[in-house]
Design a protein around this ligand. Structure first.
Ligand code: PMV
Length: 321
């Protein structure tokens, strides 16, 4: 038996960093997915091959160890911890294609985790509900990264466009009948999410009277943006995205490369643009309701860019014999 599961990456439209302090956020699942194929391995080892990243290795289940020469082997920790939730340690071949720019704040680790849990549980005849997949995947992210909001793993499990309520109390699908055309620009320099979250926290402690209102303003931006998205009020969404960028800049997570991409997008077309994810490297997002191609090619002249759309589909499992 062979099981293939796939799960989408994500892009945060509004609210990153403030979400760490219980504020709401809006994110979309993107039409870039991680694919995890699981089949039996008669030699009793658990082999992992991440083809598009050129990572090969195997997992020593009993000793909780990862054996690989790859410099990027860190991603294998997500696979080991995912296996611990739903596997007994018997031989497996795990073949992965990521298809999502890595480390760019696009939820690649969450997508790999969700798809691994889905594929391996199904392979073991465990029928997990989506809510259980999301829960296990969030636990894995917490174990590996030490801190993680449930945003990435939730959106990767369910797909769509979501509003994460205050204090992560609930996840609400924003039902819209139009597409949100988005360009993602990303650099080769990766931001370290844990480090950036810690830096913002330090600033917040040093300057509470300044930073607390910035976090509160981001919350107001998210609330306004939610209404504007539901009404498809393009001009307002553009403006709110630009405001959100300014607030993230105030938190200190901007870089010259991100800033260059943000303003390149705004010069190329009437669009909203901001850092997406943790910042400090990584990605920007440009909401381009009018001229997507112009923004895409303008960013491509300075960095990498991809055009993405919302993926309505969350985690998906296919079984073949
Ligand atoms: O680096 P990313 O895309 O996973 O973004 C992290 C978003 C933060 O709000 C900065 C952190 C979090 O856990 O929500």
């Amino acid at each position: 038996m062979q099981v293939i599961a796939s799960a989408p990456g994500k892009a945060i439209l509004f609210g990153e960093h403030a979400v760490v302090y219980g504020k709401p956020a809006i994110a979309m699942a993107i039409d870039r997915r991680a694919y995890v194929k699981v089949s039996k391995n008669p030699d009793k080892k658990i082999h992992v091959n991440i083809r598009d990243l050129n990572i090969r290795g195997y997992i020593d289940f009993q000793n909780n160890a990862i054996i690989s020469d790859s410099p990027q082997k860190g991603i294998l920790k997500y696979i080991l911890n995912s296996l611990k939730k739903v596997h007994d340690g018997s031989g497996l071949n795990i073949c992965i294609d990521v298809n999502i720019p890595i480390g760019g704040g696009l939820g690649s680790s969450a997508a790999v985790t969700v798809a691994t849990i889905a594929a391996v549980s199904k392979y073991n005849n465990i029928n997990l509900k989506e809510i259980e997949i999301a829960k296990y995947a969030h636990e894995v992210e917490l174990e590996v990264q030490k801190s993680a909001s449930p945003l990435d793993t939730t959106i990767s499990t369910y797909g769509g466009l979501i509003y994460l309520e205050k204090d992560a109390k609930d996840i609400i699908q924003l039902e819209i009948d139009y597409n949100i055309p988005v360009v993602i620009g990303y650099t080769e320099t990766r931001g370290d999410t844990g480090k950036l979250v810690a830096e913002v926290r330090k600033k917040k402690e040093l300057y509470p009277k300044i930073i607390d209102p910035v976090i509160d303003s981001i919350e107001s931006v998210v609330e306004e943006a939610r209404n504007s998205i539901l009404k498809n009020d393009k001009e307002r969404i553009i403006e709110l995205m630009n405001i959100n960028h300014g607030l993230l800049d105030a938190l200190g997570v901007n870089t010259k490369e991100l800033s260059d991409m943000v303003y390149t997008a705004r010069t190329a077309a009437n669009c909203g643009s901001k850092i997406t994810g943790a910042g400090g490297g990584g990605s920007i997002i440009a909401y381009c309701p009018y001229e997507t191609e112009e923004v895409l090619s303008a960013i491509e002249e300075i960095e990498n860019a991809i055009n993405i759309n919302i993926s309505k589909e969350g985690v998906k499992i296919t079984v073949s014999n």
